[in-house]
Write a protein that binds this ligand. Structure first.
Ligand code: N01
Length: 540
């Protein structure tokens, strides 16, 4: 048991994680005059952009939006090399911001927080770290990311493989992996697989792509940034910051589709679809692209475009997603992935036809053959959203664990706080716009909301704040309501609803009511003194 005797915390706030949200949280704590400590399991800042250092890793949200706006000088002085920045550049950017904000001295690197327990008696959190330290704080901000707990490969014999094994989610940082002259197998064709496979194919002797489910692959927006656009954005970064929060997805609106689906005849629809594909946002062909009939036309159009890129008809057919509508799973973006299958040394193994039976010391055994390999790369994704929370042993009021509280799936209010766990804040967690929005915009918005909440608590006698049970139920219903309006959200097997992890409760975990609605609801709670929450007063 952790001792819970102290009524005096070591610091006001602990921030766990030093990615986009964590860096900003540390800065915010200082700005608000709070004492703060940070813990990061990696040796450097970056979070997801530290670990996912596989070749080809890049962001598919425009870099000039996927960035901080709280400090206008950062916006004015940082030059992105491409609309879709690569991993190394984003990590370098985060390091630059952390140095500028002088928050590195607050962070203990290479240190995991393993336990966190709340005392109702003292209204304090007590944490244990991997370095053996115990830290007591008032407010705990777990900026641990939604996609940071890698999915453990659930394939027989995975540990028996005698060749080299890599995970896209924990790519070696100290050396370049050499694929030259090697037979490489890649398992997984989500966003990570789609990015790494073309890079591996550049030097490998043979590449075998083990695909369980085909995904939509659309073009990237990559290329040089329009200097006029960048100058206009730099004129008033704070106005842009506010404007991003007024949008649906936390990005500057592109407005490609001028018409509603029903307003157009067949020719008009084809023209709109062509224009949207050429504009690299096929999902924006129509103003009402979320309607099932519009989505069906968009899905069909993308399937045709994908098939037109791949020369071999069998491969083209199997690379095409027939089983779910566009947006049901997270779509992938690449200008080179499908083209890679036109190379003679790259072969698709569709697991729907020939499933993997197991992994042997020298390769992968499918129902049809044994494929001999020198290297195996897992691009198998994450135990998304709840995995990183469960990786810490968290207990709230009455010693109840968060695993128990979320046994049937995550429950919280506004994606940030959980009933029974006062003053625990979870940015980018379940039921927030998270991955269906620009995560950088979200990180700033949520951290602002969290620190406005903390300031309110500081001014109101430092009670424990947590949502009422009914507020959580209401929020889950609202999340499901909006998910129900999104084609394929509730019917497609995806990590959005935990379907990629055997035994995980199936609950759609992303709020898709839009960024603006989410932000407005947070502001209303702040303005009205947290009507959907309960306050726990310290005993004694
Ligand atoms: O993970 P994924 P990811 N046997 O879960 C397959 C963000 N991101 O790392 O679909 C065989 O999407 C699995 O198959 P299936 C982005 O939000 C962004 O690629 O479950 N296959 C799937 O094909 C993204 O959505 C960027 O049937 C197995 C793949 O592995 C999220 O991170 C770049 C398997 C996993 O795909 C996660 O992406 C990278 C098994 N046992 C990531 N287990 C950009 O910004 C799993 N699979 C561009």
């Amino acid at each position: 048991m952790i001792e819970r005797t102290s009524k005096q915390p070591d610091c006001d706030v602990v921030v766990v994680g030093a990615g986009f949200a964590g860096i900003y949280a540390l800065w915010q704590a200082r700005q608000r005059g709070l004492s703060v400590r940070g813990f990061e399991s990696a040796p450097d800042v970056g979070g997801t952009w530290y670990w996912n250092a596989y070749p080809g890793a890049r962001c598919d949200v425009p870099s000039y939006n996927y960035a901080y706006f709280f400090d206008s000088e950062i916006v004015r002085n940082w030059n992105w090399s491409d609309i879709c920045a690569y991993q190394g550049e984003i990590q370098h950017y985060l390091r630059h911001v952390a140095e500028r904000c002088d928050i590195l001295r607050d962070i203990a690197f290479d240190t995991k927080v393993s336990r966190a327990s709340y005392s109702a008696e003292t209204a304090l959190w007590t944490l244990s770290t991997s370095s053996g330290e115990t830290v007591v704080c008032r407010y705990l901000v777990l900026a641990i990311g939604a996609l940071s707990e890698p999915k453990v490969p659930d394939i027989d014999g995975a540990h028996d493989f005698a060749g080299e094994t890599y995970f896209t989610s924990k790519w070696p940082k100290d050396r370049a992996v050499d694929f030259a002259g090697k037979r490489v197998g890649v398992i997984g064709t989500g966003s990570s697989g789609v990015q790494v496979i073309p890079e591996i194919a550049k030097t490998a002797e043979r590449v075998f792509v083990f695909q369980r489910t085909a995904n939509y692959v659309i073009p990237t927006e990559g290329g040089p940034i329009d200097s006029k656009h960048m100058s206009s954005l730099r004129q008033d970064p704070q106005a842009v910051r506010q404007a991003l929060r007024e949008t649906y997805g936390g990005n500057q609106p592109l407005g490609i589709g001028e018409h509603r689906f029903g307003e157009l005849d067949e020719t008009g629809r084809e023209e709109a679809l062509r224009k949207a594909w050429d504009g690299r946002y096929p999902a924006l062909a129509f103003r009402d692209a979320h309607l099932p009939e519009a989505n069906a036309a968009i899905s069909d159009h993308i399937r045709k475009r994908m098939q037109a890129i791949v020369e071999d008809p069998w491969t083209a057919h199997h690379l095409t997603p027939w089983d779910h509508p566009y947006g049901g799973k997270r779509p992938c973006r690449s200008d080179v992935y499908l083209q890679t299958f036109n190379e003679p040394h790259v072969r698709l193994i569709p697991l729907a036809e020939t499933p993997i039976l197991g992994i042997a010391p020298h390769g992968v055994v499918t129902s049809a053959e044994t494929i001999e390999l020198d290297v195996l790369v897992y691009a198998t994704g994450f135990d998304a959203i709840t995995g990183s929370v469960f990786a810490i042993d968290i207990t709230g009021i009455g010693g109840r664990s968060i695993k128990e509280a979320w046994r049937d799936g995550p429950l919280n209010y506004l994606g940030t706080m959980v009933h029974g766990f006062p003053n625990l804040f979870l940015p980018s967690s379940a039921m927030s716009p998270s991955v269906l929005s620009n995560m950088a915009t979200l990180a700033e918005q949520q951290i602002d909301f969290i620190f406005d909440s903390i300031l309110w608590l500081e001014q109101h006698g430092r009670p424990g704040l947590h949502p009422q049970r009914e507020s959580q139920e209401r929020w889950r219903e609202e999340t499901l309501h909006y998910a129900g309006r999104r084609p394929g959200a509730l019917t497609t097997k995806s990590w959005y609803s935990g379907a990629n992890i055997p035994g995980k409760p199936r609950v759609f975990m992303v709020y898709c009511g839009g960024f603006k609605k989410y932000h407005d609801t947070c502001l209303t709670e702040l303005r009205e003194g947290f009507p959907s929450y309960a306050l726990e007063r310290q005993a004694g």
